[in-house]
Design a binder for this molecule. Structure first.
Ligand SMILES: *[C@@H]1O[C@H](CO)[C@@H](O)[C@H](O)[C@H]1NC(C)=O
Ligand SMILES: *[C@@H]1O[C@H](CO)[C@@H](O)[C@H](O)[C@H]1NC(C)=O
Ligand SMILES: *[C@@H]1O[C@H](CO)[C@@H](O)[C@H](O)[C@H]1NC(C)=O
Ligand SMILES: *[C@@H]1O[C@H](CO)[C@@H](O)[C@H](O)[C@H]1NC(C)=O
Length: 434
């Protein structure tokens, strides 16, 4: 399993002592031109990389995801599906596109309670079947817009220092590219989805996408989902002076990066974890009692599904799947564009017919407990999957700024803090993080 030596302790203390989080690291489940939220039952506009439940397909329902027999999440109680646009390497010499593999994806579950006295401190599990999008097919960037700020990129360079940007970096990244996205965390308490797949959810009030109180229109604070997709751009030889990478949308800027989520957690397990696991668990999810019964990393690692859309997507390709032009315009440009067929499922997993009738209520169990994991006294966290840095036993450490950093800013900050430590540990082959 991936090991992490993040010194996240400061981050966790910024807000309130119970501001805890855990990370589920996933390998890819499949890459396919499907999007069961935006274009259910059809071939999608662009290729996605998918993680999560093996029940993923052209259509999904809470039941089809939950009834599937595996997920790429180490905690098998999380049968959710997550997907984001695939990245391609664009060889300008011969014009071809080749799929850039992901190394892994980190799904962060961040507890960000509301701060106002008149707001409930409770953080809720996602209601079963909740669907949402984060990010958009944008062509411009507005730094005052939370949704725009929810997406950014980190050029990974463990020796020289990683750097964060709002758009795809214009330089080569020795350790790969991390695409990051913060999901909205305020729910309208009624709708599991909406026509634009967004308006039933909201970012919190304020200017940052990942902390703050929920607006009255979306009063329920759900656990904050934050993704890091690590693309192995460092496996490609780059030509200087050209845009070497392009998303499957045709976009060379990164502005169209987004992510989709369908929750199919065991809601009781997720709520119990929120209530009981208030430390910083990193990948040490075995320190969270509600997760223990369903941790199975072998099943997670071997969980893969076959592609359903009958087309070649790995490359080298002369056009992006769906014939998306570069740069992005939002319209396919091929003459005589044909839509490939979708193969029937043969794996036997999709027995439950997608009906999505499940309208569930939010779990209403008690607020976060005061369980206190052991505090780490070392400034150099142990190299162990059971890393658990306590946040409630240490005195609060506040950064100079009163504004909470976004999760992405914090990751970037943490990464730069880590650089120094990293150098001496690089020989540790198992460390493939940040
Ligand atoms: C074009 O370049 C890619 C690698 O960038 C290579 O795999 C492919 O074979 C090349 N295709 C042609 C037709 O030369
Ligand atoms: C940028 O976003 C802010 C906040 O959503 C909005 O008020 C403003 O009109 C936007 N500016 C432009 C140029 O779209
Ligand atoms: C599209 O179809 C027309 C009519 O069949 C044909 O003449 C033309 O060559 C086709 N174009 C491409 C790019 O295949
Ligand atoms: C999932 O179900 C399929 C079909 O029943 C089976 O072939 C496969 O081995 C199962 N996978 C796991 C991890 O149990």
């Amino acid at each position: 399993m991936l090991l992490h030596i993040l010194n996240f302790a400061f981050f966790s203390l910024l807000f309130v002592p119970t501001n805890a989080w855990w990370i589920l690291a996933h390998d890819s489940l499949t890459q396919d031109r499907l999007d069961p939220i935006v274009t259910p039952g059809e071939v999608a506009y662009h290729v996605h990389n998918v993680i999560g439940s093996s029940g993923f397909g052209p259509t999904v329902s809470t039941e089809s995801l939950q009834d599937a027999n595996c997920t790429t999440a180490p905690v098998q109680a999380d049968k959710s599906a997550y997907w984001a646009p695939q990245l391609y390497h664009h060889d300008h010499e011969n014009g071809t596109f080749t799929l850039v593999p992901i190394q892994y994806v980190q799904t962060y579950y961040l507890q960000r309670p509301q701060s106002s006295a008149d707001k409930s401190q409770e953080v809720k599990a996602f209601p079963a079947g909740l669907r949402m999008l984060a990010g958009a097919l944008r062509t411009s960037y507005n730094a005052s817009n939370q949704e725009d700020r929810a997406v950014n990129f980190v050029c990974l360079d463990y020796d020289g220092g990683s750097s964060q940007s709002d758009q795809l970096p214009d330089k080569s990244c020795p350790d790969g590219l991390r695409a990051q996205v913060v999901f909205p965390s305020c729910w309208d308490s009624v709708n599991l989805d909406s026509e634009d797949h967004k308006s039933h959810m909201s970012y919190p009030l304020g200017t940052v996408p990942d902390s703050g109180d929920c607006p009255d229109s979306h009063p329920v604070k759900v656990i904050q989902l934050f993704h890091e997709w690590i693309f192995e751009t460092n496996k490609f030889e780059l030509e200087p002076g050209v845009k070497d990478f392009v998303f499957a949308t045709g976009d060379e800027t990164g502005l169209t990066f987004h992510a989709d989520f369908v929750s199919a957690w065991d809601v009781d397990v997720l709520q119990a974890a929120i209530d009981q696991c208030t430390g910083s668990l990193f990948n040490g999810v075995e320190n969270c009692p509600p997760f223990v019964a369903s941790i199975d990393e072998e099943i997670a690692k071997s969980c893969k599904i076959a592609r359903r859309v009958e087309e070649e997507i790995d490359g080298p390709l002369t056009v992006l799947p769906g014939c998306n032009p570069v740069p992005y315009t939002g319209e396919a440009t091929c003459e005589n564009l044909t839509t490939p067929a979708i193969k029937d499922y043969t794996g036997g997993d999709e027995s439950a017919q997608p009906t999505d009738s499940a309208v569930s209520t939010v779990a209403t169990s008690a607020s976060a407990s005061s369980a206190t994991p052991a505090a780490s006294t070392s400034s150099d966290p142990p190299l162990s999957v059971s890393v658990s840095i306590g946040v409630t036993t240490s005195p609060p450490v506040l950064l100079a700024s009163t504004a909470s950093p976004t999760a992405s800013e914090t990751s970037s900050w943490t990464c730069s803090k880590m650089q120094k430590k990293r150098t001496k540990k690089r020989h540790h082959a198992i460390l493939q993080h940040h």
